[in-house]
Design a protein around this ligand. Structure first.
Ligand code: NCD
Length: 360
């Protein structure tokens, strides 16, 4: 069964092959398509969304398919206490493919374990948002033809932003140099940096102000303060980084400014008319990217992924301690730990297979 919970199973060749499939989908949008006729996409959105849900629905409609779902978990049986596993078993009867967004990390993985149809992670807590990373990288690839050796600055709330985590992993895999730019309280989590270094061969540069690095960047990826996940004392960081025309004065003429959107106050409106502002084009790419993804996961020729093996997983009784991990809330789940492969001679490091938290 093919699911997209993270991009870990896609190597660089596969991701680039996927980008060509997205180009095909752009053409299909104007001429129309029946590739997914009589197929149904379920959108299960337990958290707010505009772009992700609507662009998934639009993608399925453009492919000639149909959609059903909810975007208010209070209107589903979750409000009555139904588990994620049982919800997955039910929805499998009604749809051919599922996209889920949830406030607990690992929810999409649990759904995939209990579903007989493909499951796509539409964002799980601050953990991952793989389809947004595909959109981000596809946008860069269209402009530059390759991701390799580009200096990609990821700026803002790197601690709680799932899009930043997924982008960092995939950009590193495609050979980019990462620059992490954030207030010190909002730096990349240790678990993400560990994976970047040990699994993806990256050596991210970390700075606290954009001014130090702006002139070196090929891509500036900004995200908003993830205030819904921020502990109270950190709420005061609101407004601590704002990118405007002044900030990018020293930037390269062909810099690409990206943002997964929505923006709040971190990206000034005066940037919108700058030719380097690429974020609205980026959001437009959401539909063809998700069309190609749906076609791939439904194994519609010729849009098929070759998924490569990922890390080995060990089951034992030690439960993850991350309060936002799905395993803490869904008691029937057995803990599973990915065995990260550090360089020889060092101690084995395990990371929760649901939420990525390192086990210490
Ligand atoms: C992002 C998300 O949901 O993580 N939005 C999106 O899907 N484009 C980014 C965000 O909410 O900040």
């Amino acid at each position: 069964m093919r699911h997209l919970i993270s991009l870990d199973a896609l190597d660089a060749t596969e991701i680039e092959r996927f980008f060509h499939a997205v180009d095909d989908m752009r053409d299909l949008i104007s001429i129309g398509s029946q590739l997914c006729r009589e197929r149904i996409l379920a959108t299960l959105f337990y958290e707010p969304s505009t772009r992700t849900r609507l662009s998934f629905e639009c993608a399925m409609l453009r492919l000639g398919g149909q959609t059903l779902g909810f975007h208010e978990s209070q209107t589903s049986s979750v409000a009555k206490g139904e588990t994620i596993a049982d919800t997955a078993r039910m929805v499998t009867n009604y749809a051919d493919i599922i996209v889920v967004r949830h406030k607990l990390a690992g929810t999409a993985r649990v759904m995939a374990q209990h579903s007989t149809v493909p499951v796509i992670n539409g964002g799980d807590d601050s953990h991952r948002h793989p389809t947004q990373a595909l959109i981000d990288l596809y946008t860069i690839w269209r402009h530059r033809g390759s991701i390799r050796d580009l200096n990609i600055g990821i700026c803002g709330d790197l601690r709680f932003s799932r899009t930043s985590h997924s982008l960092a992993y995939a950009a590193a895999r495609l050979g980019a140099q990462l620059v992490h730019i954030s207030p010190s309280e909002l730096g990349m989590p240790e678990s993400v940096n560990y994976r970047l270094r040990h699994l993806f061969g990256a050596s991210p540069v970390e700075v606290t102000t954009l001014q130090e690095v702006i002139h070196t960047l090929d891509v500036l990826y900004v995200n908003r303060l993830q205030s819904e996940r921020l502990p109270k004392p950190l709420q005061s960081l609101r407004g601590s980084y704002v990118i405007d025309t002044e900030t990018i004065k020293q930037a390269k003429a062909d810099l690409l400014i990206l943002h997964p959107l929505p923006r709040v106050d971190e990206l000034a409106y005066d940037l919108d008319s700058d030719p380097r502002a690429t974020y609205f084009e980026q959001s437009q790419n959401g539909v063809p990217v998700r069309m190609a993804l749906i076609a791939s996961l439904l194994e519609i020729d010729p849009y098929q992924f070759n998924l490569h093996s990922t890390l080995s997983v060990r089951k034992d009784d030690t439960r993850c301690r991350n309060p936002f991990c799905v395993i803490v809330h869904e008691k029937y789940l057995q803990p599973e730990w990915e065995v990260l492969q550090p360089s020889e001679g060092t101690e084995e490091v395990l990371s929760c297979a649901y939420c990525g938290t390192l086990r210490r």
